[in-house]
Structure formats: structure tokens, C-alpha cells
Design a protein around this ligand. Sequence first.
Ligand code: 5AD
Ligand code: SF4
Length: 426
Amino acid sequence: MNVHDSEQLTELLNGSGYERTDTARQADLIIVNTCSIRDKAEQKVYSQLGRYRHLKKERPGLMLGVCGCVAQQQGERLIEKIPYLDLVFGTHNIHRLPEFIARVEKTGRPVVETGFHETVPSVGILAPPEKGAVSAFVTIMQGCDNYCAFCVVPYVRGREESRRFHDILAEVKALAARGVKEVTLLGQNVNSYGKSLGNGHRFSELLRAIGEIEGIERIRFTTSHPKDLSDDIIACFREVRALCEFIHLPVQSGSDAVLARMSRKYASADYLDSVRKLREACPDIAISSDIIVGFPGETEQDYQKTLDLMEKVRFDTLFSFQYSERAGTAAVGLDGKVHPDEKRRRLIELQALQDQHTREKNDKLVGKTMEVLVEGTSRNTSRDVMGRTRTNKIVNFAGGNDLVGKTVRVRIVGAFLHSLRGEMLD
Ligand code: 5AD
Ligand code: SF4
């Protein structure tokens, strides 16, 4: 989501005559796009802004701005904390950046804009993928109405609001016409798409309609809430050819008591049932998830239930976090804070278990032939290219730049924790 917001900012700035620089030192304008999901992310913002202080001193003409979730939540307070800032604008105001820059240039005074708007702000901005890019993000909804007890998103991204069905289809068609083969549909809770529209368009219909667009070989979406994963969405994994065999389905905890305190509105048995149905519809589906350890009141038994659930599901990949208290969320008032050392211990242990599962899953792929969409040159050596399987696994294999954008068959010859090694067959 933030990567996509940054792409949109880049697009807007290109339209205003700005060009991307290689280093901050060369820039006339620096915008820091921020995340406040956990305290660590927020602290990073302050240290980064601190590093720009001397640049601003050397060149007072340099314009320095902060946008995104930290800007949304802190607003004016950011200017009080960091008086050399020129721009602070929130998640719903990204599309107004050129107007804000003009205001600062005219008045010489900082601009702070953190209002919420009802329409999805990306409407009307079509962030074209970089020339030759094969993959693009498409925002289908903004905001979230779920108010999970730990989560700051509803406060910083506002109410849930779906984009119009036909606007989304028009955007995907335009992307396909530019050579994009893979789209990732974005929203905090994509499987409740359409609820706010009131005209009956559901997420499954959107998947089916995008599946009909010529040139779109792969559809992905993120993020899904387990409580909204309906049977008609699951059926799409069987029936929509372009829908990739991959789902990110955050479970957060394996303990029903913790899930209830988190206000997740499902029990671990419901989650396991969804996993069973997904695998029935699509036996090769890869499943990834998010888990929080050390939520207030999480006992050792609760934590063990999370490990049990991991054993039952066997996720392909997992993003796991220590609980981080966020101001304004419901969990702030809960008893039973878990000691930081204990949170760390649980996280390390849980990650070791997941590494084992990831390795086992990857090892099983050795010898198999998989379809890989080549995204670019490999990070390790320019003699290799890197791409992804439909199940979202990274594969490196020998090949030249001419393969970028192509879908090729690759035999897997080696497995690591974070990637696979392959040999091209075609
Ligand atoms: N502390 C730790 N992790 C959090 N997440 C969201 N809020 C918090 C928090 N306060 C995690 C959840 C979510 C992912 C994007 O970030 O697991 O799914
Ligand atoms: Fe946060 Fe996701 Fe819950 Fe919304 S559904 S409140 S974004 S964790």
C-alpha cells in the first residue's frame, strides 16, 4: 500500500516537472512516506528526518515533507517537533501534493493537511508502471472499518470506501494495454470490497471480471480478513484461471481468547476451515499470514495455541511481530501486558518454527517445473534473472535481460529459505 502511494507521488511529481535523484543531497524536494503500524516504523521516520536536518541547514531552499500514516496521526505536532518541515500531509491528501508545493513556494510557510475525503484518493491518478514493468498495483478500496483492537489503520487511513467497479476495470484494461501482465489488487480488507458501494458488486465479481481482461495473466490481492473470506471468493481460486495460487490471510493468533480480545470476529476453527476449503478448491495454493505475539493477556498456553495452529496450517511464509502498543487503539486499556523479553522470546521461537516449515515447503518443490514471470535482473548477479512463481516464490535462474516480462517454464533445482534456484526449460 505504501509502495503504491510512493509510486503515485512519483507520478504526480513527474507531472510537475520533478525528476527522481539518486541521493538526498541532490534533491530539491524530499518527501518521506511514513508507516505507523508499529512503534519501530514510526521511530525510523524521526531518525530519517533527523538525518535531513543538516541538508536543510546547508540549503534552506530544499523542501522537506512528510506524508502517510505518521503525518496523518501527528499533523501539527510534527511541525512542533521538527520545525524545519515544510509539508505534512495525510493519507487522503497525497493527490494534492503539487498544490501544497505551490502554497509553500508562495507563502514560505509550512502546509499541514490531514483532512479525510470520502472518495478514494487514487481515483484519477493512474500510476503508470515504469517502462517495461510487468507488474502493477491497483487500489480497489481505501480505509478499514474493522477496528481490530491492536491496529491504528482505521484511525490513519479512515473509513472503508470501495472504488467504483468500472473505474477499476478501466484502470486494469489501461495497464494491460501498456504491457502489464500481473496486477495486485490493494486494500486493507479487499474481500469486503463492494460493501460500501451498495450496488451489489462483490469482490468475487471483480476477480471474475478482471480475469476476463485480455493480457492479464496473473491476479493477486492483499490483504484479506479471514472473517470476510466467503465461499464465492474461494470458488474463484478454482474457476478464475488468472487468479494466482496464493493468498495472504493474516490469522494474528491461534488462541480464541486472544482473537476475541483482538476483536477479530473469528475463532481458530473458522480459520482452519477456510484453509481447508482453500486447499480443496486449489490444492497447490500457497498461504502466508501475519501473527502478533505478546498481545495483552496472551498467556504461555495462548502462545502454544498459535504454534499449534502453525503446525496444522503449515504456512508457506509468515510475517510475525511483537505486539506494539499504538495510541488511540482499544488495546491500550487492556490488562496483562507481556514483558518485552517474553515477547522477544516468543517471537524468536515462533520464527524458528516457521523457518523450518518454509524450508520444508521449498524443499518439496525441487524437481518440479513451475511457471515463472520474469521481473528483472537477479540481485545476486547480472547473469541471472529473477521472477516469481504463481505461488509467489522467488526463483533465480540463468538468463538475460531479454527475458524480463516473459512467462517461462523453469525446473526447480535448489531451495533456500527465501528463494529457489531454477533452470529455464523453454
Ligand atoms: N503491533 C504489532 N503488529 C501489528 N500489526 C498491526 N498492528 C500491530 C501492532 N500494534 C501487524 C498485524 C497486521 C500487520 C500488517 O501488522 O499482524 O496484519
Ligand atoms: Fe487493521 Fe487489518 Fe484489522 Fe483493519 S482489518 S483494523 S487494517 S488489522
